[in-house]
Design a protein around this ligand. Structure first.
Ligand SMILES: NC(=O)c1ccc[n+]([C@@H]2O[C@H](COP(=O)([O-])OP(=O)(O)OC[C@H]3O[C@@H](n4cnc5c(N)ncnc54)[C@H](O)[C@@H]3O)[C@@H](O)[C@H]2O)c1
Length: 352
């Protein structure tokens, strides 16, 4: 099978991760993709394209009118440009993998989702954690009912961003904080593992860093089916309790082997990413012996697995694991956290 030709729009931090995943895919994957063009007006993109031996374009229209349409486009540009760039590709019948969040507003997300559905062109959203074997295993355990009925989920997402991170002014202003940048991953994780969010409440604080934007938040969520979940979020707390530091997903983080997610059911409980399953084997009560089982896992790079999935989506072999409507719900819930924290009132996401 010849490699699919994939263009990357936005060759920044995550765009380069996709380009690297593509180079690995060519070397080792059964569904290989090949970088065929880079679209990015920024300094360095032309040189990067030169190093990869592919054409460089300053904007998406230049790529689309180049006479060499790609088989797929990865959109890894700033949030507000996701919808217009992806819609332009879909208008030419080209499948897209759009980075998270699907768009900067729910309206734009719905516009993009509608355009893809009407055109019948595949749209995959880059909620890459869904491709991580750790989350796949946790989803299987919870979905199979190994924990019984889900009672609570507790998620810690607390970490210390270095001071230099805030040199860019937008990171100190509204929209640049951990709710919109980081929490969306946990909201999507919760939805992927445990199902829809019925309603949520939240409080946020900027007390530690003193910037206009929040540095810390606490979120309380009621899930469809009745389980309650909490998320502690901070970019100003010196802890190892974050997905990034504990999963080994990104090599730049010094890895710590501690759990950050705790799922509790009527018959057992599960830690993530450590994947320890706790169950009563005999009597079922706090005086009875508890067994701890380490679940076996073959690790995998979620960006490479996501790319392989994108290839199968393009070939029509699989439906997107994170489609437009699904990713729009994740965005809607994340924006609802902002609203709940600002108003002090609960926000309902599912109709009563
Ligand atoms: N899934 C993940 O793990 C993950 C991680 C980081 C970022 N992201 C998402 O990826 C997106 C990009 O984030 P980043 O950290 O790589 O940003 P970045 O600033 O490092 O890179 C963005 C790039 O897009 C280019 N660009 C801007 N406007 C463009 C346009 N109209 N057409 C083409 N290129 C354009 C910029 O020149 C820049 O090179 C964001 O939506 C972010 O939320 C996802």
């Amino acid at each position: 099978m010849s490699p699919l030709r994939i263009a990357v729009a936005g060759a920044g931090v995550i765009g380069r991760t996709h380009i690297e995943a593509m180079s690995s895919s060519l070397r080792q994957d059964g569904h290989p993709c090949r970088l065929c063009a880079i679209v990015d007006p920024g300094d360095g993109a032309r040189a990067l394209a030169g190093r990869h031996g592919v054409p460089h374009h300053a904007d998406i229209e230049a790529l689309l009118s180049s006479g060499e349409p790609p088989d797929g486009v990865i959109v890894a540009t700033p949030n507000a440009t996701h919808a217009p760039i992806a819609i332009a590709c879909i208008g030419r019948g080209i499948p897209v993998l759009v980075e998270k969040p699907i768009a900067d507003t729910v309206e734009a997300a719905r516009r993009l989702t509608g355009a893809a559905e009407r055109a019948g062109v595949p749209l995959l959203v880059g909620h890459h954690r869904r491709h991580n074997p750790i989350l796949r295993m946790a989803r299987e355990v919870i979905g199979r009912g190994d924990l019984g009925a889900l009672v609570t989920a507790t998620i810690l997402y607390t970490f210390l961003k270095p001071d230099g991170y805030f040199d860019a002014a937008w990171r100190r202003e509204e929209g640049g904080g951990p709710i919109l940048i980081n929490l969306i991953h946990e909201i999507d994780t919760l939805r992927f593992l445990c199902g829809d969010i019925e309603s949520l409440q939240a409080a946020s604080s900027n007390r530690t860093r003193g910037f206009a934007v929040e540095d810390t938040a606490a979120v309380l969520l009621r899930l469809r089916g009745g389980a309650l979940a909490t998320v502690s979020l901070s970019d100003a707390a010196a802890t190892p309790w974050s997905w990034d530091m504990t999963t080994g997903e990104s090599p730049q983080f010094a890895r710590q082997h501690v759990p950050t997610h705790f799922f509790s059911g009527t018959h057992g409980s599960l830690t993530v990413p450590t994947l320890e399953l706790w169950r009563y084997e005999g009597g079922r009560g706090w005086l009875d012996p508890f067994t701890r089982t380490a679940l076996p896992l073959t690790p995998g790079n979620p960006y490479a697995l996501q790319l392989a999935h994108f290839a199968r989506v393009i070939r029509g072999e699989e439906a997107p694991v994170a489609g437009g409507a699904d990713a729009t719900e994740t965005l809607r819930a994340t924006l609802a956290v902002k609203e709940a924290a600002a108003t002090g009132r609960p926000v309902r996401l599912l109709d009563a």
